[in-house]
Design a protein around this ligand. Sequence first.
Ligand SMILES: Cc1ncc(COP(=O)(O)O)c(C=O)c1O
Length: 401
Amino acid sequence: MKGVRGMEDIGKRHRDTQCVHAGVKRDGTGALVPPIYQVSTFAFKDVDHGAALFAGKADGYIYTRMANPTVQALERAVATLEGGAGGLGCASGMAAIHTTFAATLRAGDHVVSSAFVYGPTRTLLETVLSRFGVEATFVDTSDPAAVPGALRKTTKLIFIETPGNPTLAVSDIAAIARVAHASGARLVVDSTFMSPVLQQPLALGADVVIHSMTKFLNGHADVVGGMIVVKTPEDYADFRKVLNQVGGVIDPFNSFLVLRGIRTLAVRMERHCRNAEAVARFLEGHSKVARVSYPWLPSHPQHELSKRQMRGGGGVVSFELKGGIEAGRTLMNSLRLCTLAVSLGGVETLIEHPASMTHASMGPSARREGGITDGLVRISVGIESADEIIADLEQGLARIA
Ligand SMILES: Cc1ncc(COP(=O)(O)O)c(C=O)c1O
């Protein structure tokens, strides 16, 4: 397979161009977009060829868990967008997080993590990694002073999710990278809420970026997938060996769909940001709303940092109603355009209740530590007409007594 003429410098192109062209290599047919190589295994020319492939002495494919041309096209695309040495396509965002922990941690190691992370990330550390001798401390990483205090001699990994799900608290990637590297730890950033279009953690000093591609990268609520992008070729080789063993790889068909989603990522993110900001401003001005969290609102506690570190506020807004959980229940049950469902980052607007849904597995005390109150409502603002999304919220809010 050959690179595409005129696109040899794709790594230096504007992100809008990268979204449309990154990852493409031409096969012998000249197919414009990477076809779906929906196969599990690849034929060898002869025994010596098979042995050379296994020994890493020949280029080619062996078995789809190890490498597949369609999966590689997606991996190249996301690695290009993040400016990393390589990408590793995973079966889900959680598979990407688990693979990262498996590749970097051993018994006796310690992790410092944002307290406001996607619920299952915390649960994975507390209930699975703990059984393998890995300890974790959860702190408010939006306060840079909190991280150094949580470090131990055994801290090997700092894991931050920024903006965090669902509070949208923002952590200072560059400052935390300096703290991590001064103590010999790696910084891993879950950048799912931003996509590579709005935030580039590796350029700010992170060592590893994670995406749940289920969200904005795919953008169409029809794929579960994850991606790890690492900064160095050495990490790429190590992570690849671990992913081959733990086996949580994405398949060719889903890779094709996510790559198709990425082609429109830049324009979708523009609209998500515009609509989410309009929704956040509407909610902030509404008499039944107690508080709104959205990084592009001047009232957001890390608004200045957000403006420095990100290119837009993203598509997710969280808010609390004055009437608490009961008011939230009335609102969520009254909406007609916005759908009551978990997940986020798709073209359609979704609304959910973190305490009883996405963050239920954490339990009440971990939720309190992560700032997730029982009355918090999360909305993933889609790319429909902003006026119609707001009108739907308005009629729902009017039903609250
Ligand atoms: C920030 C974040 N990270 C990771 C995940 C996990 O991704 P997946 O559901 O693709 O496993 C999610 C899912 O909602 C998420 O919001």
